[in-house]
Design a protein around this ligand. Structure first.
Ligand SMILES: C[S@@+](CC[C@H](N)C(=O)[O-])C[C@H]1O[C@@H](n2cnc3c(N)ncnc32)[C@H](O)[C@@H]1O
Length: 155
């Protein structure tokens, strides 16, 4: 495997996570704020294997479709974080919201290693779901929302 050097995680563990997990019937889990965040705050890291584009492509081919969604490409797809593993980290459980996300994914460098982290785009209240825009690509659940909206608009 062409897995790159494992990122330094100590800083994340010491930063405290003010989030909790909630389960849904449709999309399984989501992450919710425990306490509030201010605009610009660090919220959670998207943790997983740091891999290169070739390895990401290889994994896409061998994974079940439900797992490929955890491969987050960045730096023009040169690198990826693959969060397929159920490791009790919270970042991998954040759901997509392309219209009104409250967080944004940013790449930061820690001691020379890239990390993907969610930062608050606006103030987030206690109990609010943490979301970000997954970006382009096929997201079937977005289509379902559109269909529901279309049905309502015909009423
Ligand atoms: C990175 S995971 C997010 C966490 C996921 N809900 C879970 O329980 O593991 C991405 C998957 O979550 C689901 N998902 C994410 N955003 C969603 C949304 N807005 N509506 C419905 N399902 C969503 C989809 O099944 C998607 O493949």
């Amino acid at each position: 495997l062409s897995v790159l050097k494992a990122p330094e995680r100590a800083w994340q563990q010491s930063s405290g996570i003010n989030c909790s997990l909630v389960s849904f019937p449709v999309c399984r889990h989501g992450l919710f704020a425990v306490g509030s965040f201010r605009q610009g705050d660090f919220v959670v890291e998207y943790r997983g294997d740091l891999i290169d584009g070739t390895e990401a492509e290889r994994r896409r081919k061998v994974y079940h479709q439900s797992k490929t969604v955890y491969i987050f490409l960045f730096l023009l797809s040169i690198l990826s974080i693959d969060a397929f593993r159920e490791d009790n980290s919270f970042g991998r459980l954040v759901n997509d919201e392309h219209r009104h996300p409250n967080c944004r994914m940013k790449r930061i460098e820690v001691e020379g290693s890239p990390h993907l982290c969610l930062f608050a785009l606006k103030d987030i209240k206690d109990g609010e779901e943490i979301t970000y825009d997954y970006g382009g690509g096929d997201c079937p659940w977005r289509m379902q929302v559109c269909l529901m909206t279309a049905q309502y608009s015909n009423v």
